[in-house]
Design a protein around this ligand. Sequence first.
Ligand SMILES: [Fe+2]
Length: 186
Amino acid sequence: MIVTAPDPTAVIAKYYRPGSLAYDILTVHSEMVAAKALQLALRVEQLSPDRAFIREAALLHDIGIFLTDAPDIGCFGKHPYIMHGILGREILEKEGLPRHALVCERHTGTGISREDIVSQKLPLPLRDMRPVSLEEQLICYADKFYSKNPQKLRIEKPVEKIRAKLARFGEDKVQQFERWVEQFGT
Ligand SMILES: [Fe+2]
């Protein structure tokens, strides 16, 4: 059996028109997150992070955004933005990439718990969506350093700003972030 490495650029090109606003935001944002995740992975070399997978999955983690209603970033779908993770998972499962698909589902905020889904009445299936594997955690954490604001795509956020944003979603989110700061550095 010949196993070929997934080609994130080819997968993205199936769903996004190159040159469109959504394509430009997705590809720049994803490159920033991939570079950051690979930089952070250097801190845990002893755990043998899968660097090829980190790059592929980071490039694909937000592939679901075009199906959401987020006109500011060129996305004109019908779903609430919070669903972009599970929508991305569905796409990548169809593409035969189940491991990458889980990164989509598990990267929002510091991860979404069943309790979050119930207490905030989120339009999501009731399952734990927090990152589990080392690679899932690195990508979720790296993603917090970059926004999809077209004006700020390449600007790394200071940790204080990330903390302040996460605090709005609960003290447990800040605590998870602090554990990553400790484990992976910044
Ligand atoms: Fe992202």
